[in-house]
Design a protein around this ligand. Structure first.
Ligand code: FES
Length: 94
């Protein structure tokens, strides 16, 4: 497992539920151009910086863009004491 961050680093710390592998299903490349910037301007969707695909935060489903209908790959997260840990392996296949 890999430490992702501290619970205090998450603005809404009680909202830990899901994490996604940083790979767009369209081309299999990273979603973001700038470090730690993943959401659209309205903070409603995860947005791929490459071709602007939009993914629902709650389940990773692409609702707009070239990979519409596909989903981000989830990874397991675990809260241990005050730290959030990321599993090394995705929960499901790409
Ligand atoms: S690489 Fe993400 S939408 Fe094209």
């Amino acid at each position: 497992m890999q430490r992702l961050c501290g619970l205090a680093d998450i603005p809404d710390g009680d909202a830990i539920g899901v994490a996604y592998r940083n790979r767009c299903p369209h081309l299999g490349i990273e979603l973001n151009f700038m470090p730690d910037v993943f959401l659209d301007t309205e903070q409603r969707y995860i947005q791929c910086a490459n071709h602007s695909a939009l993914f629902q935060i709650e389940d990773g489903l692409c609702v707009f863009g070239p990979c519409q209908g596909e989903s981000l790959v989830t990874v397991a997260v675990q809260l241990i004491d005050e730290d959030v840990w990321l599993s090394a392996e995705p929960d499901k296949k790409d």
